[in-house]
Design a protein around this ligand. Structure first.
Ligand SMILES: [Zn+2]
Length: 336
């Protein structure tokens, strides 16, 4: 009898659930992921990696212009500055760039969406805004893949989260959109951030760092639907498990961990901004398409980017951030 009643009740519940789903029109994480489009990424990147930005060398007028482009985007979207004074720039004094020839002041660009239920817990999504400038003959290094791709992916993700906020579906935990400067000259912007964090590092759940997601490694030509993930289980198995589940459920990219091999001579784990978070025992994932013939050359231009693939990779990262921000339990550094 008890069993019968339970079965009866669950069938009623199932019925009502599915009814409300089909008529309610409630938007889901996938609806927001769909707002990240190849065309939007392309539009941003053709400006962000244009000659006008003069290769975005740290501290130069071109880099400042790039920082302003990011700030203006967040302002227009109604996404707030991370700092309480409303300034989107985290200013870094010239003397922080020690060991550099003729060091110049620069800035990180930092925007923020406050969590609706656990605002003190913070998910960081990062990409570096700078590149390597101009060569002696005046040729511009556009850095479309490095790291224009990560930068504009961050903009599209921020816009997707902000749409969710507008619909009353904003993330439970807070999200920090962190555009760091000075990466190419020694990971300075991310180091400055962790030494001068805007939010306490102990409340920082993880950093999802994106550095080059718009191209295809020649080794992967036969299966371009891949992405290298680096360091994803180094401090937290839970983080890698979440990442894998999200990919299996929604994006089905081949997640390639070959650069996690401790004997890999490239040592990529130590070579981008996530490392400054990892040093502070904050779990990280570094998303990377691998190197290619145009890496750090003047030929890293926006016409060579695979925009559909880049959109798919950006969706994976967005949906991973969504899960990390909304799941019941905060992931922990279970291996730290
Ligand atoms: Zn880079």
């Amino acid at each position: 009898m008890k069993i019968f009643l339970y079965a009866f009740l669950s069938s009623v519940l199932l019925c009502c659930n599915s009814t409300s789903k089909s008529t309610g029109g409630e938007k889901t994480n996938l609806d927001y992921a769909e707002t990240i489009t190849a065309q939007d990424l392309k539009n941003h990147l053709y400006t962000y990696a244009s000659d006008e930005m003069e290769g975005r060398m740290t501290g130069t007028p071109g880099q400042k212009k790039a920082a302003e482009y990011l700030r203006d985007f967040y302002k227009k979207e109604g996404i707030k500055a991370a700092k309480e004074d409303g300034d989107y720039f985290q200013n870094i004094p010239a003397n922080f760039f020690a060991g550099r020839n003729n060091p110049k002041a620069s800035e990180n660009v930092v925007a923020y969406i406050k969590g609706s239920e656990k605002p003190d817990e913070l998910i960081v999504i990062s990409a570096h805004l700078d590149h390597v400038g101009v060569d002696a003959d005046g040729n511009v290094f556009n850095g479309a893949d490095d790291d224009g791709s990560g930068t504009v992916a961050l903009l599209e993700m921020a816009q997707a989260f902000q749409q969710a906020v507008k619909d009353g579906n904003g993330p439970k935990r807070s999200i920090l959109f962190l555009h760091v400067t000075g990466e190419e000259i020694g990971l300075f912007g991310s180091r400055y951030y962790v030494e001068n964090p805007i939010f306490p590092l102990e409340n920082t759940v993880c950093d999802l760092n994106i550095d080059m997601i718009g191209r295809i490694d020649p080794d992967k030509a036969s299966n371009p639907e891949y992405l290298y993930l680096i360091g994803s289980n180094k401090l937290s198995q839970e983080l890698q498990d979440v990442s894998t589940e999200v990919n299996d459920k929604y994006t089905n990219l081949e997640l390639d961990y070959k650069y996690d091999d401790p004997n890999d001579p490239n040592r990529f784990y130590y070579r981008s901004d996530h490392y400054n978070f990892a040093k502070n025992n904050i779990p990280i994932i570094f998303y990377f398409n691998g190197v290619h013939a145009d890496y750090h050359k003047i030929t890293d231009t926006p016409d060579k980017i695979e925009y559909d693939l880049m959109a798919k990779r950006a969706k994976l990262i967005f949906l991973t951030a969504w899960e990390l921000a909304n799941r019941e339990k905060r992931i922990t550094a279970d291996k730290a």
